[in-house]
Design a protein. Structure first.
Length: 420
């Protein structure tokens, strides 16, 4: 396998963290990976990617003296004899050299002719016939100021926006269309971007159906239609996706790293099977593969059975519970710090909001609660059970409620939703 990462652990023999503190789990997820390398992509492919080295100007911008206005390039003093802008049709973009007392038409962005000292804008000039019928003369119009144009007026000098060799955007930013436009005018054809984290997505559950209304005892798939896009919102890309039966051998085979699409991946994400029932096989599969379980459960509700492991080939694994909201909370807890460490970003920070009402004791476990803002305070949404997603769909964010609960007016930590 290529591009796999190998974590730097405090000690390879350390036992897994069981029912880990929520903040400790996030900190450990951030510290685990080593950095991914960069790759070179075309400008169009770089939009939405994270810059590895920033954007450097390969030339002055603009790279020639150009007009900032439509009008006339003028040499010497008024009045000016108008001359054709181009000496021949062989190179229509190269203007003729102007002699003192001459002027020629120019458009915004046009190359300033040699000999020109300024640009007289269109609305400030008047053209009249000269004494000779074949000639026309440019004079200052009634709107022009006295002495206009002054030397250098309406001329953009070379390097006004950027100088050759200057870094015009820093490393680490997500490149938007404006960055790409800047890169282009700075002479770049390609950019170095951080390699995207590639994920193997494994969906389990014999009771899951993918279409229609499920019969009693079965549930509709809520992961397959949205998890790939959600992982993309975090900056990753799903390189392979498998739907597995609840069998140990099927899970071991899927995690073995031999399937197409896994050769370039750094992370596996599984749904379901993190518990201890006869139908939950993730722990046993990891043991048989020789994987190292790093976090075996987190002291939080919902999502407590979430786990973090490292497979023998170097890939990391986030195991998510089968209940929809519990899985989302596990993902929101572990994935952002893990991805940030992998691509060399700062550790993700939390937002802070004011509790709009008192929140009950969580019996020592952090509670992750989708919330709305009501009269300036954060209040839980109406549906936040471990199997419910309705409350998350309309939430403003996710409260991190301490295990001891919170009083109205307390300042609480919160997670920002990736789609906001």
């Amino acid at each position: 396998m290529t591009e796999h990462v190998h974590g730097a652990f405090a000690a390879q023999g350390d036992p897994p963290l069981r029912s880990a503190d929520w903040h400790v789990a996030r900190a450990l997820a951030y510290r685990l990976p080593s950095l991914l390398s960069s790759e070179t992509v075309s400008l169009a492919e770089a939009i939405g990617r994270r810059s590895a080295n920033g954007i450097t100007a390969l030339c002055d911008v603009p790279h020639y003296a150009s007009s900032a206005m439509d009008g006339w390039a003028v040499a010497g003093d008024a009045p000016w004899r108008l001359v054709q802008p181009h000496p021949s049709q062989s190179d229509p973009l190269q203007p003729r050299t102007l002699q003192p007392g001459e002027a020629t038409r120019i458009v915004t962005g046009g190359l300033i002719p040699a000999g020109a000292r300024a640009v007289l804008r269109s609305e400030n000039g008047t053209v009249r016939d000269a004494d000779r019928a074949t000639e026309r003369v440019l004079e200052r119009g009634p709107n022009a100021s006295v002495g206009e144009p002054t030397d250098g007026m309406h001329i953009r000098p070379p390097g006004e926006e950027a100088r050759r060799g200057e870094q015009v955007s820093p490393a680490g930013i997500v490149l938007n269309p404006a960055h790409i436009a800047v890169a282009a005018v700075c002479g770049n054809d390609t950019l170095e971007v951080v390699r995207q984290v590639r994920i193997d997505l494994l969906l389990t559950g014999d009771e899951v159906v993918t279409a229609g209304i499920p019969a009693p005892g079965y549930v509709r798939d809520s992961f397959g239609p949205q998890l790939p896009a959600l992982l993309g919102m975090f900056g990753a890309v799903v390189s392979s996706q498998q739907r597995l039966p609840d069998r140990l051998d099927a899970l071991i085979d899927a995690l073995s790293g031999t399937h197409p699409g896994t050769a370039e991946s750094q992370l596996a994400v599984t749904t379901g099977g993190t518990g201890r029932s006869d139908a939950d096989h993730l722990h046993e599969a990891l043991n048989q593969l020789g994987a190292r379980i790093l976090i075996d459960g987190i002291a939080m509700r919902p999502g407590g059975p979430s786990l973090l492991a490292q497979l023998p080939d170097g890939r990391y694994l986030i195991g998510l519970p089968g209940n929809p909201l519990a899985a989302m909370m596990g993902l929101f807890t572990l994935l952002p710090p893990l991805l940030a460490g992998l691509v060399g970003l700062p550790e993700p920070t939390l937002e802070h909001v004011t509790a709009g009402r008192a929140l009950a004791d969580g019996r020592g476990r952090v509670r992750l609660i989708p919330y709305l803002i009501d009269q300036g305070g954060a209040v839980p949404t109406g549906w936040h059970g471990s199997g419910m997603l309705r409350g998350l769909a309309d939430a403003a964010g996710v409260l991190i409620c301490p295990g001891a609960g919170a009083a109205e007016g307390d300042m609480l930590e919160a997670l920002r939703l990736p789609w906001d």
